[in-house]
Design a protein around this ligand. Structure first.
Ligand SMILES: [Zn+2]
Ligand SMILES: [Zn+2]
Length: 361
């Protein structure tokens, strides 16, 4: 008559339960991730603002002006160098021309041909142009070297300014680091303030509902919360601390498992079962399906595990005991005692009238 309350279902059902437990855990993990991400998006300290507070604005301006001046000088130098190059090219051309003219003259002298007036004029103008060019070239060289000297002076000045700025930047960096650390701590504590209560609730629910048929649900919830907390702790706490937190958590888990197995060996299964049955009888609930045991004065009432202590039981009905079978699952809950023929608890080891014992399994 007693149904098998621990029905395991077909393998496809068991597989589906496992699969959906994992899926549920992943979904819960996501939801927790949304909370954590929202907290993480809280604005932290801004380095640029802190730096501005520490740096002398005059120095920063000076550096900017120097950079501009140096760029300007570089442009000018490039310009002059370009001009110099053009002049140099032209000089080389002229030199070739003069050389050729000289060559012609030499030939002319050898062959006794006089240098014509135009040729002489050409030669003179080429020579003048060449000398002019040379002078221009020298001037340009002078300019370039002056510009370079000026530029080097400015670069030195800029380096000094930068060193000064760097010195001022150091306390800014320190302050930023301090503020950043504080901000990280704040984020970590906010996230843990959200996650840890969830984890504690999950742990309590898991421990309380170890034998519930909905256990996989709670397990998914707990596992997701635990993994999320681990991630957050790992992210914010240096591994030096994390090591201790992790080993502490593992110690607790292993100790609990050990205690569980020791107890399982020390108290055989039937004892756990009897304890469970006893608690159900105390609440007038079927030990198998939790349907209320509506017998005697409770015949017309209805209650659950939570409301059992709140309902008022009428006293005008006789409290004569009677045999009773759970209408929901068909488990016999009160039966006739074979020894004294009175009504006894069917799922507890001893008769409350004569004390005769029966095996519970
Ligand atoms: Zn039942
Ligand atoms: Zn009895």
């Amino acid at each position: 008559m007693k149904n098998d309350s621990k029905s395991t279902g077909t393998w496809i059902h068991r597989l589906a339960i496992r699969l959906f437990t994992v899926v549920l855990a992943v979904l819960i993990f996501w939801v927790l991730g949304f909370f954590v991400d929202d907290i993480r998006s809280i604005q932290g300290p801004d380095y640029a603002t802190i730096e501005k507070q520490h740096l002398n604005p005059r120095l920063v301006e000076k550096r900017a002006a120097l950079v501009r001046q140096i760029a300007d000088l570089t442009r000018q130098t490039d310009n002059q160098s370009e001009k110099q190059r053009v002049v140099g090219d032209s000089s080389r051309n002229l030199q070739q021309t003069i050389n050729q003219l000289l060559e012609l003259q030499k030939l002319g002298v050898q062959m006794n041909v006089a240098f014509s007036e135009t040729e002489r004029a050409n030669f003179t103008s080429s020579l003048n142009l060449f000398l002019d060019n040379q002078q221009k070239y020298q001037e340009l060289s002078q300019n370039v070297s002056e510009l370079l000297e000026q530029k080097q002076g400015l670069v030195r000045e800029k380096e000094q300014t930068e060193q000064e700025i760097e010195r001022q930047r150091q306390p800014a960096g320190e302050e930023f680091n301090r503020l950043h650390r504080r901000h990280q701590w704040k984020l970590a504590s906010y996230q843990l303030a959200v996650l840890l209560p969830i984890l504690v609730v999950a742990a309590i629910v898991i421990i309380k509902n170890r034998s519930s048929i909905y256990f996989p649900l709670f397990l998914a919830f707990g596992a997701a919360a635990l993994v999320k907390v681990t991630f957050v702790v790992h992210e914010y706490f240096p591994s030096r601390y994390f090591k201790y937190i992790l080993i502490g958590g593992l110690l607790i888990v292993v100790a609990r498992l050990l205690i569980y197995f020791i107890r399982t060996i020390a108290f055989p299964n039937t004892q756990w079962l009897v304890k469970q049955y006893r608690e159900a009888y105390e609440r007038f609930l079927c030990p198998v399906c939790e349907y209320p045991i509506r017998t005697g004065p409770r015949r017309f009432l209805f209650w659950t595990r939570r409301t059992v202590n709140k309902i008022v039981v009428p006293s005008d009905h006789g409290d004569q005991e009677e045999k009773y079978t759970c209408p929901s699952c068909g488990t016999v809950l009160f039966e006739e005692c074979p020894a004294c023929h009175q009504v006894r608890h069917a799922m507890l080891p001893n008769c409350s009238h004569c004390g005769s014992e029966k095996a519970i399994n």
